[in-house]
Write a protein that binds this ligand. Sequence first.
Ligand code: PEP
Ligand code: MN
Length: 350
Amino acid sequence: MIVIMRPGASPAEIENVEARVREAGLEPHVTYGPDCKVITVVGDERAVQVQNFGVLPGVDRVVSVQAKYKLASVEARAERSVIGTVPRSDSTMKAIAFGGEAIPVVAGPCTVEGREQVIEIAEAVRAAGAVALRGGAFKPRTSPYAFQGLEEEGLEYLAEARERTGLPVVTEVMTTESVPLVAKYADVLQIGARNMQNFNLLRALGAVNRPVLLKRGMSATVDELLHAAEYILMEGNPDVILCERGVRTFEDHSRNTLSLSAVPALKHRAHLPVVVDPSHGTGYAYMVGPMSRAAVAAGADGLIIEVHADPSKAFVDGAQTLDFKAFEKLMAELRAVAEAVGRSVAAQGE
Ligand code: PEP
Ligand code: MN
């Protein structure tokens, strides 16, 4: 923390700040410049209310220099995290990892609509090169009258699709109570944008032995997303994958404003992998291809894309959903972009 004093701050005011810094267990170092006096504070500032120093007499402003996310921060780990799925006994599931050189593409419907639907999509996306299947069984819907998901029945269909295709399953968990149920079926538990700051849910995921895909809230800053990740990490689950899925802005040409600069911003601050969701990030199928390619070029460690056999009949999010042909074309384009930036699109393993 750096405390910048007002130009006319008195010696007594400076001494007062120094005393308060020492009271907090930190060490003040005063620098007297010709026009300004600055107090550099040495020590772990994370346990103190940094902004409280800003109201002391003679203080102009306070600058925090230490990231508040102790565990997610790049300072906390020498290398970037590579987060893999957890093997399942008696399963055909083929492992994937986020954060390595190879970029996994997760694809599937917005929501599980039925057994045949999800199996057909799983087989088609796997044939096109996806290495994981997405699909919501519990759906957070704006309207309580809209389709809410097939719940456990949907999870069973996802598990069946996994066994047929080997694709690990990424699916959303909405409540603390349903964490054990969803963890039984899911290989990656998704926290939706609407739940990014559901702190009890985040803490409950700390005890789960599966990776968590944490989506950025629609009005959350990058800093807030990292603080949310910290809740999961501090409860003992090191496997948090961050997901940029767009935020609300004044712009109305797209459903959300997909902030691709969040990819380098997150990777600059944290060692966790960053996945991009161009489907919710744009809201329109015609934008999904360009923004997926841009995401790979920007350094994304994975993509999560909505795909349906017939988007015009999708129960949820049809407008932003690719059909099989468009998804296959996109996968070929992504391989070229990945190669151009020194990476590859992950292929299904053994
Ligand atoms: C989803 O992935 O289907 C979803 C609801 O996403 P988000 O939470 O980002 O809106
Ligand atoms: Mn959706």
